[in-house]
Design a protein around this ligand. Structure first.
Ligand SMILES: [Zn+2]
Length: 140
């Protein structure tokens, strides 16, 4: 029985079959990027961040970067926490948030950010979620 199954498998994976398998877009989509839906906006934050590359947009605390102690940044950045339909809570930082909303963000204030997010609901996307952070977002 097992021998027969193995023979069938070998017959399927000839050169042509393997190429078709690798080129199948459905295969890649399902494996790498399941679709997510934003159910609720939990939290938004617009804040001044460090501009040094090594600090990865670290949030200033009391007017200072907690990483390198720089005090000269005036650059705003943003993050938002969403609850997804599957119940997970995930954070999107500025670049991914921009892709999630499919627009350039106006970071004048927290209220304006929230309005921009609400304006683009409902939000469906594919992307990876690691340590509750959204990456490689593609809006659907
Ligand atoms: Zn810094």
């Amino acid at each position: 029985m097992f021998v027969q199954d193995d023979e069938l498998l070998l017959m399927d994976i000839n050169d042509t079959g393997l190429a078709a398998f690798n080129d199948d877009p459905d295969f890649h989509t399902q494996e790498a990027a399941p679709e997510h839906t934003v159910e609720e906006i939990m939290y938004t934050d617009v804040y001044i961040c460090c501009t040094k590359a090594a600090c990865s947009k670290k949030k200033y605390e009391d007017g200072e970067c907690p990483n390198c102690a720089a005090r000269d940044s005036h650059q705003n950045t943003a993050r938002a926490v969403f609850q997804l339909r599957d119940g997970r809570q995930v954070t999107a930082f500025h670049d991914e948030l921009q892709k999630l909303l499919a627009r350039d963000l106006d970071l004048q204030s927290n209220d304006s950010l929230l309005t921009q997010i609400i304006d683009t609901l409902p939000i469906k996307f594919t992307g990876q979620i690691s340590t509750n952070t959204i990456r490689n977002v593609v809006r659907k």
